[in-house]
Design a protein around this ligand. Structure first.
Ligand code: SF4
Length: 226
């Protein structure tokens, strides 16, 4: 590893620790149950191994109320990954992200930019359903972070669409409001991240559909889907 790469990695870790401190995390889990697959495996094989390794995860208290871990779904070779907050009731029961009414709206958004749902990958920041659909707590986000990071390392998408304040702030390690983050790309390593409003918010605020459409058109342009 070159000195510059090492320095960038150290800076990234320092930024992440500062972010965790800022959102109130005072302890990190000692060990992750995430299995790092052999380096010879393809990204798809590593993703399958990763999913198997986290199926019984007990790294945070959310494991006590879940039906199952909702790992993610879609094409492991996708250029575009959608990231949401956490599974809800429908997702917890089915084991797939975004299958309820918000998920149906997400499917229509994906189709509006000329793709099918099976051509993208969809996942959440936190893999287990929080009780009564409360927001995940900082320590739960921190516990689940190695899984998210390992997923993104396997997927290596060109673009991430971060849906809602929670996903955008967690990915970009900022407390900036979604209304200020959306509408422009942010870099996460080599990945371009477009924050936009969550489909569940759109269901409650249909007047924002035009705003989300502007964000999705920017994604469409970067991926040259037009
Ligand atoms: Fe493990 Fe993440 Fe589920 Fe917590 S939310 S138990 S860290 S998979």
């Amino acid at each position: 590893m070159s000195r510059q790469v090492m320095a960038a990695a150290v800076t990234a870790v320092q930024d992440y620790l500062r972010y965790l401190q800022g959102i109130g995390v005072t302890e990190l889990p000692l060990a992750s149950e995430v299995v790092v697959a052999s380096s010879g495996a393809s990204s798809q094989e590593r993703l399958v191994q990763l999913e198997a390794s986290v199926r019984g995860c007990t790294q945070c208290q959310l494991h006590t109320g879940r039906t199952q871990v909702v790992f993610g779904a879609g094409d492991p070779a996708a250029d575009l990954v959608f990231v949401g907050e956490a599974p809800g009731r429908d997702e917890d029961l089915k084991g797939e992200p975004f299958v309820g009414p918000a998920g149906q709206l997400l499917t229509r958004i994906i189709e509006a930019i000329g793709l099918r749902r099976e051509q993208v990958y969809i996942l959440n920041v936190v893999k287990c359903r929080p009780p009564n659909n409360r927001n995940p707590r900082p320590e739960e986000v921190a516990a689940c972070r190695p899984i998210l990071q390992a997923q993104l390392d396997c997927l290596q998408p060109r673009v991430i669409c971060a849906m809602g304040a929670f996903a955008a702030q967690s990915l970009l390690q900022t407390e900036e409001r979604i209304s200020r983050l959306r509408g422009r790309f942010h870099m996460l390593g080599a990945i371009q991240v477009m924050p936009t409003y969550h489909p569940a918010y759109l269901l409650r605020n249909p007047q924002e559909k035009r705003t989300v459409w502007q964000d999705m058109q920017a994604v469409q342009r970067v991926l040259a889907l037009q």
